[in-house]
Structure formats: C-alpha cells, structure tokens
Design a protein around this ligand. Structure first.
Ligand SMILES: O=c1[nH]c(=O)n([C@H]2C[C@H](O)[C@@H](COP(=O)(O)O)O2)cc1CO
Length: 140
C-alpha cells in the first residue's frame, strides 16, 4: 500500500535516525511516498532544491494518493500538525507514533477524536513492533 510518512524537518532533525529505521521497515512491504524524510543528509533547512509551494503542493497530492498516514510526532513540527489536520480532512486512516520521554504530544492532536490511534514508544524497536502489530493482517 501507499504510505504517507510524516515527521519533522524544519521542526528539527534530532529524531532523523528513528525516521530512517521506520521508513526502512515500512519500505519492505509498501510504497513510502515521503521517503526523503529518512535521508540523514536532509537538514532542518528542508528540501532547498524545491520551492516551499512545490513542497506543499507535492505533499498534499501524495497524501491524496496515500492509503494511510503514519506520523512520528515526537519532535514538534508545524508541518506535521498541518499534515495531520489535512489527513483528517481527507478522512485518511492515521497512526501516530510518539516517544513520550522526549516531548508531550500537543493537546490539539491528542484532544482530537479523529486521532484515536496514538501509540507511545520508548525506542525505535518498540515503534517498529507497534507498526508490525498494526499493519499485519489489517486492510487499510
Ligand atoms: O522540505 C520539506 N519537505 C517536506 O516534505 N516537508 C513536509 C513533510 C514532513 O512530514 C513535514 C515536516 O514539516 P516541518 O518542516 O514543518 O517540520 O512537511 C516539509 C519540508 C520543510 O518544511
């Protein structure tokens, strides 16, 4: 299936290694549209080869194609917040992953009924195990 993975870029790249592990796992059986999030050379400047309008328009188009949105919300990010609201607007299934040792999830996400599938993890192994359980055998 097509997965839209959302995670911080300009919000900060501290969790980039975790994003890499998650994307590597998801790519085994799926098409990850936002693979660039796993790129360890991508800095908080973002994709400077593109205009911001191109990034936004491409990403909402990718989201419209996606079967599911998986977001790592550990590192707060305006873009991820926007994408989650956009996913709700498009009624896409959403799985949220969050490392609660590192930050507290925004009330605007945690307090939205649509985002019922919030999963807390402690390290990337847990995050992948959560995804394994969620994605195996379930049709999105
Ligand atoms: O260069 C980019 N490329 C890109 O695809 N995005 C999208 C995908 C990410 O899930 C999200 C990150 O938002 P932010 O940069 O505000 O942390 O926005 C965001 C940027 C930079 O804002």
């Amino acid at each position: 299936m097509k997965i839209y993975f959302a995670a911080s870029i300009r919000g900060g790249r501290d969790e980039a290694k975790v994003y890499k592990k998650i994307v590597k796992y998801l790519k085994k059986d799926n098409d990850v549209l936002t693979e660039h999030l796993a790129d360890q050379n991508l800095t908080a400047d973002g994709q400077t080869e593109l205009t911001d309008k191109d990034i936004r328009d491409r990403d909402v188009e990718w989201m419209s194609q996606a079967d599911i949105v998986i977001a790592d919300t550990t590192n707060p990010s305006l873009g991820v917040g926007y994408e989650l609201a956009y996913a709700e607007r498009l009624q896409k299934p959403v799985i949220i992953l969050h490392n609660r040792d590192k930050s507290k999830l925004s009330a605007m996400i945690n307090g939205t009924d649509y985002f019922f599938d919030v999963n807390y993890y402690e390290n990337y192994h847990d995050a992948i195990q959560i995804l394994e359980e969620k994605l195996s055998g379930k049709q999105y």
